[in-house]
Design a protein around this ligand. Sequence first.
Ligand code: NAP
Length: 265
Amino acid sequence: MDFGIAGKTALVCGASKGLGFGCAQALVGEGVNVVIVARGAQVLEDAAAKLSAVAAGAPGKPWVKAVAADITTEAGRAAVFAVQPDFDIVVTNAGGPPPGDFRDWDREAWIKAVDANMLTPIELIKATVDGMAARGFGRIVNITSSSVKSPIDILGLSNGARSGLTGFVAGVARSAIAAKGVTINNLLPGAFETDRLKGTMEGSAKKTGQDFQTVWEARKKTIPARRFGNPEEFGAICAFLCSQQAGYMTGQNILADGGAYPGTY
Ligand code: NAP
């Protein structure tokens, strides 16, 4: 299927690896120019090289630019918009907050989580949505978490901060921009095989005194699909949400979790 977005330009945050990279790869494959962002310059450059190889075989041979910056800071976002002022597609993403016990989190920990997982996506939406509406096309996909629908006890910072973003998106997606060809959706990963998941599992293993492999395999068994997701399949869903065909889907929370969420709706 041709998604009809070749020649568009996307910002993909947190894209040097994991789910963000999966999204950037799928978009480049559709012929979308991408600006990728992450803090670590070397890993980001390596990711840009991989994406450029994909771009060479993609429709219209899109370009790939890398900006090494912390997207949760004003300076980081300014660096991105200095490279490319307008975007047709924005994928918001940053590292998830650390796991732990809520009794240990002070105001600073909460502000950091809210900054990364709520206020940064809101700032990026604010900076891009009116330009998208004026041009009559826009797609924003926020990478959130299945924890928004089904909270995870040790990830309270994530449960809380991302729920705030979810509430904001529910309103803004249905505002006047909806009639201007702009959609905003949240994509909710369950367990995907990335460094982030490995880090979380290492934490659980340590906490329970089990070895990593035991915890890793046991976690798979809790998922109806009996496996973890991979960033390629996550990226494909993201690219679809950015497609012309998905123009009538907005304000939605789309789970990709191998059936792990047990609810009917
Ligand atoms: P990952 O493999 O650790 O990758 C995170 C990416 O984001 C890296 O490229 C990282 O590069 C970048 N990043 C982190 N903080 C950043 C910042 N402040 N500014 C710019 N870039 C930043 O993580 P992932 O598994 O892909 O997860 C992506 C998001 O989905 C996270 O918010 C995570 O909590 C959420 N999630 C993941 C899963 C899962 O199973 N994987 C499940 C639920 C939710 P640098 O560190 O170099 O900046």
